[in-house]
Design a protein around this ligand. Structure first.
Ligand SMILES: C[S@@+](CC[C@H](N)C(=O)[O-])C[C@H]1O[C@@H](n2cnc3c(N)ncnc32)[C@H](O)[C@@H]1O
Length: 431
């Protein structure tokens, strides 16, 4: 077998599951990548899958124009492989000869030897003529376009462009292990270009994507991958030293770990409703050398009677489950799987989390409400409604100047400062 065929088979299988069986890209990559030993092959599969989902409208336009009849259902895996093949040429720009040979070989590996000639012909045509432009509206569902236009009329086009653009890689240097200046030098010694970022004390930014296995000291906990917007949360919550802190929706633990890297004396309680995801919190803490005295619970945060011991928290982070509409560039399958009805149920869940957690906050304490959504129903309207029904809650003025004012909070739109779309508001309990 052509050595490059296996990553193409894995990419096609992941795309087939995501495109045709409603599966999540993250979960399919997590299941498929371990089959590949070489970290560069794993990085290639990720790059192909992301790029293929971003050019899905152009790939489908090519298939509609270049083959006489639409592919039947039984050829869904072939469509996935063809989209993977197109993406390697544009936007990934891989050497065409090798990409074509490996993708045609992958067709044979997938039991589609009888269609390998078709794969070869279509990829050659894409190489020669380029893919048609397609219609980007085929990528973004009309309900979401409507909401984004209503919520952000002036920024609508920038939001779409950012969603269709590859994100940079953001690193968070573990300050318990060394400075980011030292880590920058280690990256340079490994031939990796990165930049310091003003205003984010632990952050480094690398253009494009990079497999974590290539990051010096990753396995030893010297560094994590975390978007710059998510790294703002530790500053925004800023719990007092040694405070008792609740992270109510903690998994996989990025923000909790950052808080603990900054202050290992915090008395942290981390919850998540999803046991498998909560295990990741423990694994991340162990890798980073934090959280030895943190307590982790699988729990529904709204069911406080089941998990709360009655001792109030000085600070609460509610990084709420949301539509993820601010991170389409990192989760392009949001555009395939999210339904308008989900926004109503997510907003209801967010409201019940706010209502259930507020009584657990000590007088004078702070609750930071955050989401990676850019929809006003989940963000400023959610917070405004909460303030309206909660007499002892007050919005704190934010010193932060990023993004856009949004009711009591601030909203960063995707791509601004190179970061993800993100909202946060800080709420103080009156003493
Ligand atoms: C946005 S993610 C949290 C990301 C995390 N704070 C981090 O920085 O790594 C939201 C999390 O909320 C969890 N979740 C959803 N509903 C919940 C509930 N009722 N109680 C507790 N956790 C919940 C989900 O399983 C998911 O892990």
């Amino acid at each position: 077998m052509n050595a490059g065929a296996q990553p193409r088979v894995v990419a096609a299988n992941v795309l087939d599951a995501v495109l045709h069986h409603g599966r999540s890209l993250k979960a399919e990559l997590a299941a498929g990548l371990p089959a590949l030993r070489d970290p560069r092959d794993r990085a290639l599969v990720e790059a192909i899958c992301f790029a293929a989902l971003r050019i899905r409208h152009r790939g489908d336009a090519a298939l509609a124009a270049w083959i006489p009849r639409p592919l039947p259902r039984r050829d869904a895996p072939l469509r996935a492989l063809l989209l993977a093949g197109f993406a390697q040429l544009d936007p990934l720009g891989l050497p065409a000869h090798a990409a074509l040979a490996a993708t045609v070989d992958a067709a044979r590996e997938m039991g589609r030897a009888h269609q390998s000639g078709l794969v070869n012909a279509l990829l050659r045509r894409a190489q020669r003529d380029g893919l048609p432009e397609g219609d980007w509206r085929d990528l973004w569902p009309s309900w979401l376009r409507g909401r984004l236009k209503a919520d952000w009329p002036d920024a609508f086009e920038d939001i779409i462009t950012a969603g269709n653009t590859q994100a940079p890689t953001w690193l968070r240097v573990n300050r318990l292990r060394g400075t980011r200046e030292d880590y920058l030098q280690r990256l340079q010694a490994a031939g990796i270009e990165a930049q310091l970022v003003d205003g984010l004390d632990d952050a480094l930014r690398i253009d494009g994507s990079l497999p974590v296995a290539l990051l010096p000291g990753f396995a030893d906990g010297d560094v994590s991958v975390q978007d710059g917007a998510a790294q703002q949360v530790a500053d925004a919550l800023a719990p007092p030293r040694g405070a008792r802190v609740l992270d109510a929706c903690a998994a996989p633990g990025g923000k909790s770990a950052h808080l603990l890297e900054r202050d290992p004396t915090l008395r942290l309680v981390a919850l998540d409703i999803d046991a498998a995801r909560l295990r990741k919190v423990g694994e991340n803490f162990a890798r980073l050398g934090v959280g030895a005295s943190a307590s982790l619970h699988v729990a529904d945060a709204t069911d406080t009677a089941a998990w709360w011991d009655g001792e109030p928290f000085d600070a609460i982070l509610l990084d709420a489950p949301c539509s993820a509409t601010g991170i389409v560039r990192r989760q392009p399958d949001v555009l395939l799987h999210r339904r308008e009805q989900d926004i109503v149920s997510l907003a209801r869940l967010q409201a019940s989390l706010l209502d259930a957690l507020w009584p657990l906050l000590a007088p004078g304490g702070t609750l930071l409400y955050a989401t990676c959504s850019i929809l006003r129903d989940e963000n400023e309207r959610q917070v405004d409604a909460f303030l309206g029904r909660t007499p002892d809650a007050a919005a704190e003025a934010l010193a932060e100047t990023f993004g856009h004012p949004a009711g009591a909070g601030r909203q960063r739109l995707p791509g601004e400062g190179g970061m993800d779309g993100f909202f946060h508001a800080r709420l103080r309990k009156r003493a």
